[in-house]
Design a protein around this ligand. Structure first.
Ligand SMILES: [Zn+2]
Length: 435
């Protein structure tokens, strides 16, 4: 593969600013209170509301169906969809006593922003116009995507390929609808975060922003205080899928909570925790919408959850990483600490010491733990462990803290021991990282 070490998909821009965002509302005239009073929604309505900030007098609240490229039909609670457009900015209610989180998607091409060249102040980004989605166009594009999928299948079966014109149509449709996926995922991620960590946001800010529509970028990344999503190029379709979004937002959480440096063991742990959060978010999302315990299949989303990372955006590759068996991927990863495929963590010239490779060990450990306890309990232990880790933590620290947080309960203790042993993190192994 031409593009080594891209994750689902992240090169985690290490030039990112580490400065904390001040907690007070930095949004000036479009602050939370103004937005709330402007739209006048109930608490319940606010939960998933997408706000049209240029509401007219006759505007009202209603639910519209928007077609998302990856998630299928998504219900959005929209304020003033009268003109057929919705703004992709949302207030997700905070926990008791915590601020609400302002979630927003920004189209980089519309605003001539250059995420590959510059770092933007999140306060500045919060004030630029959000992405607007034409509901009708989103629906039409969904049909194009479905049609193209069918055509592609036929073309593949007959040994041919999509013609250039169809390829262009497909790419346009994917890019357009990608914004819906990204915004939907980001809003849902905060619900996932509340439930499993008790936190209100991945950073200490009350904003969570995504920049999308980055041309020819086969990657997505956490830029220090916001997310950037590429449109894909040779290797990927647009990278707006749930596990990728969960991975990138996960980097934000890891940075805030543990500050794991992006090199050697700590970098591999950083990548692994991002993958764990990404895959768990996918599990959360599909359970939430497709469990059908309420007898409601209307709200089902397309696809299914799995242990693969990047499987829904792959063009040239089927998936990027495989947490169930890290050795079984286009770029194999170790599943055993210092076992086959393990990279020298001290060789910083190769992917910061193999951070996207050696993360396989943490990923496999999580998989093993989940098979015993279920992913929710496993995530709870990983979350407790993450809070103990620091910038220079190694896999040995990870082992010791994971054991410590499980020590209170014999069942958890045994499950952790099995998972650690299964991934080669036995009691006697020592670090090979010269941190
Ligand atoms: Zn990453």
């Amino acid at each position: 593969m031409e593009v080594p070490y891209k994750c689902g998909g992240c090169d985690h821009n290490t030039g990112a600013s580490k400065k904390l965002i001040r907690k007070s509302d930095p949004r000036g005239v479009t602050g939370v209170s103004q937005l709330k009073s402007m739209v006048g929604l109930s608490q319940e309505q606010q939960k998933h509301a997408i706000y049209e900030t240029h509401a007219s007098q006759s505007a009202g609240y209603k639910t519209v169906k928007v077609y998302s490229a990856y998630l299928g039909e998504v219900d959005l609670n929209v304020y003033d969809a009268g003109k057929g457009y919705v703004a992709l900015q949302t207030l997700v209610p905070g926990l008791d006593g915590s601020p609400d989180i302002f979630v927003k998607a920004v189209d980089v091409q519309k605003h001539a922003l250059y995420p590959d060249k510059y770092q933007y102040d999140i306060r500045y980004l919060a004030q630029v116009q959000p992405t607007f989605i034409d509901i009708q166009k989103a629906a039409d594009n969904a049909k194009t995507i479905e049609l193209m999928k069918a055509q592609k299948k036929v073309a593949e079966l007959s040994g041919g390929k999509l013609n250039p014109q169809d390829q262009k149509r497909l790419h346009t449709a994917y890019i357009y609808n990608n914004a819906v996926d990204i915004h939907f995922n980001t809003c849902q991620y905060l619900h996932f975060l509340h439930k499993h960590t008790g936190k209100n946001n991945v950073t200490n800010s009350n904003i969570l922003l995504s920049m999308h529509n980055v041309a020819r970028l086969d990657n997505a990344f956490w830029a220090g205080n916001y997310m950037v999503y590429g449109n894909g190029n040779n290797t990927f379709y647009p990278l707006g899928t749930s596990d990728v979004g969960g991975h990138e937002a996960g980097h934000g959480l890891v940075q805030t909570v543990a500050g794991l440096k992006y090199q050697g063991h700590s970098g591999a742990l950083n990548e692994s925790f991002a993958d764990v959060l990404g895959v768990c978010f996918e599990f959360f999302l599909y359970y939430k919408f497709n469990n059908n315990k309420d007898g409601n299949t209307e709200d089902d989303i397309d696809g299914k959850s799995d242990w693969l990372i990047g499987e829904d955006s792959g063009k040239r590759v089927e998936y990027l990483r495989n947490m169930k068996d890290p050795t079984n991927a286009q770029q194999p990863q170790p599943k055993i600490y210092r076992g086959p495929y393990w990279m020298d963590p001290n060789n910083k010239s190769r992917d910061f010491g193999g951070v996207h490779t050696n993360s396989g060990v943490g990923n496999y450990c999580f998989y093993l733990l989940s098979t015993n306890l279920g992913w929710e309990k496993a995530l709870g232990l990983f979350w407790e462990c993450l809070q103990q880790l620091g910038p220079n933590s190694s896999y040995i620290d990870f082992r010791d803290y994971l054991k410590a947080v499980a020590a209170k309960d014999p069942v958890l203790k045994d499950a952790v021991k099995l998972a650690l042993y299964g991934s080669g993190l036995t009691d006697t192994v020592v670090t090979d990282w010269e941190a």
